[in-house]
Write a protein that binds this ligand. Structure first.
Ligand code: SAM
Length: 278
């Protein structure tokens, strides 16, 4: 018998993959967790029925959420990742020589343990307990309320704005992110699909630009996410992604999507996306 799994990405659309095997299913305090092995995308992490990452395309998301903001900042030393329980973002962050401390605050310890076991290629920095890593299992929203003037770069690698991630898409959260950043700090957040989540993107633009003098959106093509076109939003106190001198960007080991040209071109937006930001 053939087994298939569908993520319903909108009310009228789903992404369906044929499954070789279900490797894990369980319920944590926060969400339903599953790891499936699919024919098309290899092993996939699914939270509350939503694809989070896959062995086949994960490099795109993780390289783009980490390297783009880290290369806008000229010398990121102290970096925080909120969420990111699969470890892929931290794996990329610790590649930067300037980074001395890479903190990670993930609400769900079970996600971390499951990814360490079933997605070791992605969770490698968690598995080896990388010397730059400081992992805390806790709520990123609460953590942001408690810190001030601490980070050069904050990366919000969160799930969708429902469940435990909902509060990560609010004005109150961005106020605390602003407070937690140093005077020249910047943050990035995954902000869903410019094709399917236009109202969310407009609201976030308004919220973030009310606090940060520089707000920029960039794009990447990620096959497992709705529409395949995914966006990220940067709020920056000082450094503008548009003026980054790409010749000073350090070599970053083993990237398959990110390069210096992408650092610049990912901020070039189609007209329908520009419209959203007006
Ligand atoms: N790449 C993914 C995507 O866009 O679908 C995100 C992956 S990562 C697994 C998302 C993580 O955010 C989850 O492990 C979830 O537990 C975590 N998370 C959700 N809300 C959180 C919160 N309030 N504080 C910290 N982590 C949170």
């Amino acid at each position: 018998m053939e087994l298939w799994f569908t993520e319903y990405q909108t009310e009228n659309l789903g992404l369906t993959v044929r499954i070789k095997e279900t490797l894990y299913t369980g319920r944590s305090q926060f969400q339903e967790i599953a790891v499936i092995d699919s024919y098309e995308f290899g092993r996939m992490l699914v939270l509350d029925g939503v694809f989070q990452t896959s062995i086949v395309d994960e490099y795109i998301y993780h390289e783009m959420i980490a390297h783009v903001p880290l290369c806008v900042h000229p010398n990121p030393k102290t970096v925080l990742v909120i969420g990111g329980g699969d470890g892929g973002t931290i794996r990329e962050v610790v590649k930067h020589q300037s980074v001395e401390v890479a903190e990670m605050v993930e609400i769900d310890g079970t996600v971390v343990e499951v990814c360490k076991k079933y997605l070791p290629e992605i969770s490698v920095a968690l598995n080896v307990n990388h010397p730059k890593l400081r992992l805390t299992i806790g709520d990123g929203i609460k953590h942001m309320q408690e810190v001030e003037n601490k980070y050069d770069v904050i990366i919000v690698d969160c799930s969708d704005p429902i469940g435990p991630g909902e509060g990560l898409f609010t004005h109150a959260f961005y106020e605390n992110v602003h407070k937690a950043l140093k005077a020249d700090g910047l943050f990035v957040q995954q902000t869903e699909s410019p094709f399917y989540h236009q109202e969310l993107i407009k609201r976030l633009q308004t919220d973030i630009s009310s606090l940060f003098p520089i707000t920029r959106l960039y794009l990447a093509n990620i096959p497992i996410y709705p529409s395949g076109l995914h966006c990220f939003t940067i709020g920056s106190k000082q450094y503008d992604p548009a003026t980054v001198d790409i010749s000073r960007i350090p070599e970053i080991a083993d990237t398959r999507y990110y390069n210096r040209d992408i650092q610049k071109s990912c901020f070039s937006l189609p007209n329908f996306v520009r419209e959203l930001l007006k």
